[in-house]
Design a protein around this ligand. Structure first.
Ligand SMILES: Cc1ncc(COP(=O)(O)O)c(C=O)c1O
Length: 371
């Protein structure tokens, strides 16, 4: 049986340092604890939630992005929004201009609709799509542009002028623009495509990463009324989103301005430390720095080691969970592991001790190259 990293990591969760899913372990726990405890005391879980979502949550989420609350729709994580958007807005034969590497779950949803993605390779500077390349990829079947900003897994972010240029392409060519902004709170100066192409853009947000609530599964999308209604037809959560999750999301978003600066600073500091460690290991490097998200990639191609072997070695021998690249890139996935770093400094210490050791041990065990 192949090694099941997630099964192993969950079974050992108390000892494992979680640097594999871009989760955020830096938000002060008291932020949501009180709200959750109160909701449990009131036994709010006994009843169904208000189906459209807690009005305060919709209000906070839209104000956070500066978009109209009438555009907001709540889902079980951003993932559910992404699924609904692909199903509702794409038809067989349609094309979506996207990238490789990318957050490939979205590409899978596109394919479920009978459409396909046109993946532009971006594993080279500037490590993101450019307006010129997008223009060149648009053909008669193109229906949508996918703009994940900042981008999972690379951590590259789009300057405001490029977001504007890409949004203007969508507007001029009458295309939909899916703007996934899950990681925007980690960026220096994030910009929203909806500002420049309000009629064409669907914005997907999440509290999984910024508010450290990935386990609770809350997110949503914002779109102008006609588009929102088309997407909402594919809603399966007719009875609403988990009420405890909504309560925690409200507590997180209400207070975010007080602690997000410290989260961002620690995340950046961690990236700098990780890069120093990686640069000290022959054959490994971090090509994107500083990340505009809370993750980036470690290129390991020059070591000759398989990312899956590094993932397993780091997890089983050192209790540090990083992620092999293959699930994020069909073309470049064998070159990198992804590491996320919104973690307490002690977790980074564990990484710093483990990574050089893991690479050295794997190299020592690798069969000698044939003469
Ligand atoms: C780009 C991107 N969008 C969406 C998601 C999913 O977020 P959620 O936890 O809200 O479903 C992720 C999760 O890693 C992601 O990387």
């Amino acid at each position: 049986m192949p090694f099941d990293a997630f099964r192993y990591a969950h079974a050992h969760r108390r000892e494992v340092v979680w640097m594999s899913q871009n989760t955020n372990h830096l938000v002060p726990p008291e932020v949501v604890r009180g709200a959750l405890e109160e909701a449990i005391r009131e036994r709010r879980y006994e009843g169904y939630p208000y189906a459209p979502g807690e009005p305060e949550l919709l209000d906070l989420a839209s104000r956070d992005l500066g978009l109209p609350v009438e555009h907001a729709f709540l889902t079980g994580g951003g993932t559910e929004s992404l699924y609904m958007i692909a199903r509702a807005l794409l038809a067989p034969g349609d094309e979506v201009v996207a990238s490789d590497p990318s957050y490939l779950i979205i590409h899978r949803f596109v394919e479920l609709s009978g459409a396909r993605t046109v993946n532009l390779p971006i594993y080279a500077p500037p490590y993101r799509l450019t307006p010129d390349r997008i223009q060149g990829a648009i053909g008669p079947k193109t229906r949508m542009l996918l703009l994940i900003d900042p981008l999972n897994p690379l951590g590259s972010g789009y300057p405001r002028e490029e977001v504007r240029a890409i949004a203007e392409i969508a507007h001029d060519r009458k295309l939909l623009l899916l703007n996934d902004v899950t990681y925007r709170d980690f960026a220096d100066a994030p910009a929203l495509a909806a500002e420049f192409a309000p009629e064409e853009t669907v914005t997907v947000w999440s509290v999984s990463k910024n508010c450290g609530l990935a386990g609770l599964r809350v997110g949503g999308f914002l779109a102008p009324p006609e588009l929102k209604a088309r997407i909402a037809r594919f809603n399966t959560n007719d009875l609403g989103i988990n009420i405890l999750a909504q309560v925690a999301a409200i507590a997180g978003l209400r207070t975010k301005s007080q602690w997000i600066g410290a989260v961002r600073r620690q995340t950046r500091e961690n990236h700098a430390r990780i890069r120093d460690v990686v640069e000290g290991v022959a054959g490994t490097s971090m090509p994107i720095f500083p990340s505009q998200a809370n993750m980036s990639v470690i290129d390991v191609a020059a070591t000759g080691l398989a990312p899956e072997a590094i993932q397993q070695e780091m997890l089983e021998r050192h209790g540090v969970f990083v992620r092999a690249g293959n699930y994020l890139s069909p073309t470049f996935g064998s070159r990198f592991v992804r590491v996320s770093f919104s973690n307490p400094p002690a977790d980074i210490d564990r990484f710093a001790a483990a990574f050089p050791r893991a690479v050295a041990d794997l190299r020592a065990r690798a069969p000698a190259p044939r003469a």
